[in-house]
Design a protein around this ligand. Structure first.
Ligand SMILES: Cc1cc2nc3c(=O)[nH]c(=O)nc-3n(C[C@H](O)[C@H](O)[C@H](O)COP(=O)(O)O)c2cc1C
Length: 171
């Protein structure tokens, strides 16, 4: 079973996770913005995307390529400020149609946000978002940033990749 990691990333943390996963599992890693790769050569796919403004950054790429990838096992990892839970599930579900979501295994990872790296537009939008946010922890993170990058959090992904490689998972 041949697989590959395809990621989208705005500020680099999803890219970092994609490379950690690729190195640990021995899979090639591609940025969806740059790669012109024939997806049909892969038996399973690991897709990675951050949540930016309550949506998956790679949602258009997934829809565009769905007809090629839909019959393959897909593991989708999200990278976000919010932890796994109902909020994240809702954003995931609102980004893609149900028939796509139901065919993927979703693993939630937490990322990083450094205010000094953001564009002025993103900084402004996050400030406005913070003013409206009723959750004090999320509000603080929107304003001050956070760093939840954790290499060991990819373990469940590596386990699922092993299952894909030994064809134990049905699509
Ligand atoms: C402009 C912007 C919007 C964001 N929106 C959300 C969001 O809606 N929900 C969330 O949980 N995290 C949000 N985050 C946090 C990102 O998901 C987190 O910083 C992630 O690590 C970014 O991934 P990247 O470095 O690969 O771009 C946002 C971050 C930025 C910069």
């Amino acid at each position: 079973m041949k697989g590959a990691v395809f990621f989208a990333s705005q500020y680099g943390s999803t890219e970092q996770y994609a490379h950690w996963i690729g190195e640990a599992a021995g899979l090639p890693v591609f940025n969806v913005k740059e790669a012109k790769v024939d997806l049909s050569q892969y038996d399973f796919l690991i897709l990675g995307s951050p949540i930016i403004y309550y949506k998956l950054l790679n949602r258009k790429w997934v829809k565009r390529n769905w007809s090629t990838i839909k019959n393959r096992p897909i593991l989708f990892f999200t990278v976000s400020g919010a932890p796994a839970g109902s909020k994240l599930d809702r954003w995931f579900a609102q980004s893609l149609p149900e028939n796509m979501i139901s065919k993927m295994k979703h693993v939630a990872l937490r990322g990083r946000q450094k205010p000094e790296e953001l564009t002025w537009y993103d900084r402004l939008m996050l400030k406005i978002g913070a003013m409206k946010n009723k959750d004090p922890q999320a509000r603080k993170e929107e304003l001050e940033g956070f760093d939840y990058m954790d290499k060991s959090s990819i373990k469940p992904i590596l386990k699922l990749i092993q299952q894909f490689q030994s064809s134990k998972v049905s699509t």
